[in-house]
Design a protein around this ligand. Structure first.
Ligand code: PHE
Ligand code: ZN
Length: 879
């Protein structure tokens, strides 16, 4: 907590560490009143540092130092300096042993960084800078050490004691206490350290690696969750096999452990050999988790597992390089999910997130490059830009090099840098060295922030049979960056003839075996491409599979979009054409409250989607989702959220009214018999059914209402139960809404993951999530300010999804959010800094909204003792 201005850290000021720590010997004495941490460090001067015999500096945060000794001799107060966030010890020898004893209070740790307690168990979170909340240490990822960890605790309350690596010793102690000692043979940065102590049940399985080693797989969960582990375990085994098959990466330790904890700031953490998960990102059963949750769990389990190579074996030199591990690992988990389910659907989901949220971030006050050059609080940089745009950058390398060269590149990267802490530049260099390609211009993707804009225009020369495509790129200014250079952009495209046939793309006349799809490489501010041998003006299909994270503007007509929706051979672009058409129709209604009719093209297109069961149903299910309000806001200037909400709602209602019978038929056709499975086909069926239901309820259809009530009662899985609940909650049937909400709660009140879903359906609903109702949820018996999931499921869902309520013209939504951010800032600054995000977008909105949002930010800015986390976000947003 601080009131003065936090320091800015610059990449340009990076220096290699003056001292290295070869090994760390930790002993944790865990008690109810606190924990004593003994740490013995083998320290040596870094031969690569030119700092000479500099003082040793150790980071520390909220620690009580009990004693400090150098080579066994106690250092008294005059022998070192305590600067609050650092200990400075002058005059240390070239090599020495340092013993540090600290006292910490995990039971009072509400920030959830370092060692803390969650539902009675001890657990840690050290990334990025949590280890310094445990003991004094050079807390930076380029200091890699071998860890040995002894944990002592009362045996009956904490029978399970875990840390990284292998358990090498265990035994009983006096007073009903016991200990376990763990040894991790792989040197690692301290952010990968983990400890867990609790009364947990163990689920075991095993995996035989490609070289025939048998790995012990263990999941640890609270006893009530014992039946919710199968999906994660199965996902883990498939991830392990996939990483062997696709990247040639074998697991390295003998044990791999996963622990579920309820209180967790993020999704999950890749600690070496001991991944710790937010319960909501790992526990699932048919009755309690939706299809979306099943898929998210699979992706996150894979993500954390893949980090063992992309993150742990090869780690980051400093936190500016965060995307080195995150961008690459997101790319890896996305490829895994694509291989497991429907690749087109996976791509649509990822692009939706990117275009809605990452583009907004890139256009907002916190915009930063994939490799930032400065920060105040690193926790604020676990962003969509680092993760999702970072993954897009790796994806572009993949598409420029092709799969074989990319694999050669990743092999070289892992081999060359195994056991090292490296930079994004090292990654790109390995790709260059393996492939022989020059990626120097491509590196700008890491250095320049902002989303490139491609302005595309075309002309057709009928007499010559030549179609010319001109593409101009520009990159908007972002905080601290202007006049940017053109980037290297892979631009996949095709051309369609009037019958919908794919046309050969002849860049020279007479080219006989021209391909039907090309990846054009854009490197200049402007390019013109000529396509020969065409007898008619083609319809262009641009940026197929979203081959680069850019905005494309081209003057499509609605006819062309409708045509692409049914003919583009690229499934992604079919979907995209549908989105563009819907956006166009909705935008035409915004601020036009009297306009009631909608373009019949949209109705016809949707009718065909709903009725034609020969189409890929997984794609259809996606195509039926209208662009979200958040995306529509992202696309507009001087946005009026309530007006956008109303226009979108009107389109939905018009569609539902026009297609009422088709919706009922679609609902009935997608009735599932047989056991519940999480397959693309079944997921699509449930999604279609629930979309049909929600549309029918929007128009107060009595049959729809009956179907929803029936489905709510009879559902054998959470996707259907939740689909019915959501449809009823968002309907005008108030009595049904109250009834199903309370029935649902009574049924699941003992399951925190389900209660979180119950909170968020209400908080995200225009019907059940008005401000007084939101305030009531905060008073609900199941709400818990100390649990980030609960906070997100009420406050986050309200401000992020219930946009018409949040952006109430009287500003009450903004005031509410500001108030909650201030409240949370004292207990959990990381969560507070994330929650404030919607207000930071104030420049995006019409002044009557924007000014009030800004006032909310100013209120937060003026709070006494503002955390560094919130300080950075708020000040940058107001600058
Ligand atoms: N490194 C984690 C991941 O992406 C995310 C995380 C960051 C978790 C910081 C906790 C704290 O897999
Ligand atoms: Zn990650």
């Amino acid at each position: 907590m601080r009131t003065n201005q936090p320091k800015t850290i610059y990449l340009s000021e990076y220096r290699v560490p003056a001292y290295l720590v070869d090994s760390v010997d930790l002993t944790f004495e865990l008690f109810e009143e606190g924990a004593r941490v003994h740490s013995v460090l083998s320290v040596r001067r870094n031969p690569d540092s030119d700092a000479g015999p500099a003082p040793l500096e150790l980071d520390g945060d909220s620690l009580k130092l009990e004693s400090l000794a150098l080579d066994g001799k106690t250092l008294d107060e005059g022998a070192f300096e305590d600067l609050g966030d650092r200990l400075v010890i002058p005059g240390v020898p070239e090599t020495f042993e340092l013993t540090v004893v600290t006292w910490i209070e995990p039971q009072n740790n509400t920030r959830l960084e370092g060692l803390y307690k969650s539902s009675g168990m001890f657990c840690t979170q050290c990334e990025a800078e949590g280890f310094r909340c445990i003991t004094y240490f050079p807390d930076r990822p380029d200091v890699m050490s071998r860890f040995r960890t002894r944990i002592e605790a009362e045996k009956s309350a904490y029978p399970v004691l875990l840390s990284n690596g292998n358990d090498v010793d265990r035994g009983d102690l006096a007073d009903g206490r016991h200990f376990v000692t763990w040894e991790d043979p792989f040197p690692k940065p301290c952010y990968l350290f983990a400890l867990v102590a609790g009364d947990l049940v163990e689920k075991r399985d095993s995996f035989t690696t490609c070289s025939g080693r048998e790995i012990d797989l263990r999941m640890y969960v609270e006893p009530r969750n014992a039946e919710k582990c199968d999906h994660a375990m199965d996902s883990l085994k498939r991830s392990m096999r996939w990483d062997e098959d696709v990247y040639g990466r074998e697991y390295d330790l003998d044990i791999f452990m996963i622990v579920a904890v309820d209180d967790f700031n993020m999704g999950a953490m890749e600690n070496k050999g001991l991944n710790i998960f937010n319960s909501s990102c790992v526990l699932a059963s048919q009755e309690t988790a939706t299809d979306m949750a099943f898929q998210r769990i699979e992706a996150i389990v894979a993500h954390e597992y893949f980090h063992n190579w992309s993150g742990n074996r090869v780690t980051c030199r400093d936190w500016f390089q965060l995307s080195l591990k995150e961008g690459f690992t997101v790319f890896r988990d996305a490829s895994f999910s694509a291989d497991t389910g429907s690749p087109t659907v996976k791509r649509i989901e990822d692009v939706t997130l990117l275009r809605t949220a990452q583009f907004a971030e890139d256009a907002g006050p916190m915009s930063h490059p994939v490799r930032p050059s400065s920060y105040m609080e690193i926790s604020n940089f676990y962003t969509l830009t680092i993760y999702e745009k970072g993954a897009e950058v790796v994806r572009m390398i993949h598409s420029l090099l092709g799969p074989d060269m990319f694999r050669k590149g990743s092999d070289l990267y892992f081999e060359r840098h195994d056991g090292q802490a490296v930079t994004t530049d090292d990654f790109v260099r390995a790709m260059e060295d393996a492939s022989g390609r020059d990626l120097s211009q491509f590196r700008l993707w890491y250095e320049q922030a902002g989303t490139p804009v491609l302005d595309v225009s075309d002309e057709f020369d009928a007499s010559a049979g030549i179609y010319r495509l001109t593409i101009r790129q520009s990159i908007p200014d972002t905080p601290g960056q202007s006049n940017k250079q053109p980037q290297h952009i892979p631009f996949a495209m095709g051309l369609l003839g009037a019958q919908g046939q794919a046309l050969p793309l002849r860049l020279r006349s007479g080219d006989t075996d021209a391909p039907l799809e090309r990846v054009l490489e854009l490197t200049d501010a402007e390019h013109t491409f000529e396509f020969h041998g065409l007898d008619e003006r083609p319809v262009p299909s641009l940026l197929r599979h979203f081959s680069a994270p850019v905005r494309v503007s081209y003057p499509w007509t609605r006819e062309q979009l409708q045509f692409l929706m049914s003919h583009d051979p690229d499934g992604f672009n079919r979907w995209d054409a549908g989105q563009r058409l819907a956006v166009d129709v909705i935008q035409g209604l915004v601020g036009n409250p009297d306009e009631d009719a909608i373009d019949s093209r949209l109705v016809d297109a949707y009718r065909q989607l709903i009725s034609d069961s020969s189409l890929d149903q997984a794609l259809v299910a996606k195509m039926l989702q209208l662009p979200s309000e958040a995306y529509l806001i992202e696309l507009s200037e001087a946005a009026d959220a309530p007006a956008i909400h109303a226009a979108r709602e009107r389109v939905l209602k018009r569609l539902a009214t026009a297609l009422r019978d088709e919706l009922v038929a679609c609902y009935n056709r997608n009735h599932q018999s047989g056991p519940y499975r999480v397959t693309p086909e079944q997921i699509a069926g449930r999604s279609l059914r629930n979309t049909a239901l929600s549309w029918l309820l929007l128009i107060n259809d009595d049959e729809g209402r009956e179907l929803a009530s029936q489905q709510f009662r009879a559902a054998d899985n959470m996707t259907d139960r939740m689909g019915a609940l959501r449809a009823l909650v968002n309907s005008d049937y108030e009595a049904d809404r109250e009834r199903v909400l309370s029935e649902f709660y009574e049924r699941f009140r003992h399951d925190p993951q389900v209660v979180e879903q119950w909170f968020s359906v209400q908080a995200a609903s225009g019907q059940a999530g008005r401000l007084p109702q939101i305030r009531a949820l905060l008073e609900h018996e199941a709400f818990d300010w100390k649990n980030p999931n609960k906070v997100r499921s009420v406050i986050g869902a309200f401000a992020g999804q219930n946009l018409a309520e949040f952006h109430k013209p009287d500003g009450s939504g903004y005031e509410f959010l500001a108030e909650q951010v201030c409240r949370l800032d004292d207990s959990n600054p990381q969560i507070a800094a994330r929650l404030v995000t919607p207000l930071t977008r104030w420049r995006k909105f019409a002044p009557s909204y924007g000014e009030q949002m800004k006032a909310g930010l100013e209120k937060v800015r003026d709070k006494a003792g503002l955390s560094r986390d919130v300080y950075e976000v708020v000040h940058k947003s107001l600058a």
